[in-house]
Design a protein around this ligand. Structure first.
Ligand code: AVI
Length: 323
């Protein structure tokens, strides 16, 4: 399965990707970036408050507890914070407040969802000493824009939270961090969140909650194809499936066809046969070991400064400095 680049994409790109992913030989797949249209993004916001999805709260807890230590670790007087995939920026406020106690800061949330970006700008723009400069761009393009606008003497702090790094394939994750590093200069910093390995009894309900919110989040990609590509998916003939691949250490989300059927997708110029039990792979969520995230950072040109682990939900935040 490919890597989420979270770029802004056109209808024709969506149609082309759908055609490719559903008509190729072997495992059918749809890129996970297509889960996040307006409905999908709203459902994801609900996922973050589900009792079974401890990941978001662990990230927020660590930020709240360690904001002062992170701020103290940054040596520079002038700080620009760039957040890759800020969402609504809910959990970032803790850190911005701690940083802005020392000096005025610039905060650039980089996000493709206009709604989330708008909400983020409104809420975080109210913080004292924080100048919010939102960018509706793909991660790397946004980061390059922030880097190009920096003034001499400013230190850049990149936030990549929420364990979105886990939605990349192993090799692609490292490649992505290398590209982030290339946009930076020595002394800049990166705060990276990663969800850690944990018992299946905890992990599976986080991706298959009893209320069915994650199932709706997943199934929405079929509804999206019906809405945008005139497809005729019968949502009642597919069900959400979350499974763990122990060798790859990842949760995989799939949509399973409960009967043999054929779906037509006019705007993607295809008609797709499904046999009973066949799946469309929609997302991977890799689970890390604490040392592994440090190693990944090292191999991408960063030096790990500190790592914090959450006491309630196996989750790590690692602060790196660019070498
Ligand atoms: C955005 N990303 C880190 C989430 C995750 O946990 O992999 C996406 C998600 N998919 C289902 N639930 C949450």
């Amino acid at each position: 399965m490919a890597t989420p680049t979270l770029a802004k994409y056109s209808l024709s790109e969506f149609a082309e990707d759908v055609r490719w992913g559903l008509t190729k030989d072997g495992q059918k797949e749809i890129h996970s970036k297509y889960l996040y249209d307006e409905v999908g993004s709203a459902l994801f916001e609900v996922i973050t408050v589900l009792p079974e999805y401890g990941l978001f709260r662990a990230d927020e807890r660590l930020l709240r507890q360690n904001a002062e230590s992170i701020a103290a670790s940054l040596e520079c007087q002038a700080i620009v914070v760039a957040e890759l995939g800020s969402g609504t920026g809910r959990k970032t406020a803790w850190l911005l407040e701690a940083l802005a106690k020392k000096q005025p800061i610039v905060y650039s949330p980089i996000e493709i969802s206009a709604k989330a970006l708008d909400q983020c700008s409104k809420e975080l723009g109210q913080l004292h000493n924080v100048d919010v400069r939102p960018l509706q761009q793909p991660y790397l393009d946004g980061l390059l824009s922030v880097a190009a606008a920096r003034k001499p003497g400013e230190q850049l702090l990149v936030l990549f939270l929420g364990s979105t790094i886990g939605n990349f394939e192993w090799r692609a994750a490292e490649l992505f961090l290398t590209e982030v590093r290339q946009a930076l200069i020595p002394g800049d910093a990166l705060l990276l969140s990663a969800d850690l390995e944990k018992p299946l009894s905890q992990l599976l309900p986080a991706y298959d909650d009893p209320l069915g919110v994650t199932a709706s989040f997943d199934l929405n990609v079929l509804a999206r194809m019906n809405r945008e590509l005139d497809a005729d998916f019968d949502l009642s003939a597919f069900r959400h499936l979350a499974r763990y691949d122990a060798a790859e250490r990842r949760i995989e989300m799939h949509l399973l066809s409960t009967r043999s059927q054929r779906v037509t997708i006019p705007r993607a110029h295809c008609s797709v046969p499904f046999i009973e039990g066949e799946t469309i792979w929609t997302e991977s969520s890799h689970k890390f070991r604490p040392e592994e995230t440090k190693e990944m950072g090292r191999r991408s040109g960063f030096r790990p400064l500190r790592q914090w682990l959450d006491a309630e939900w196996a989750f790590a935040q690692t602060l790196f400095v660019a070498e």
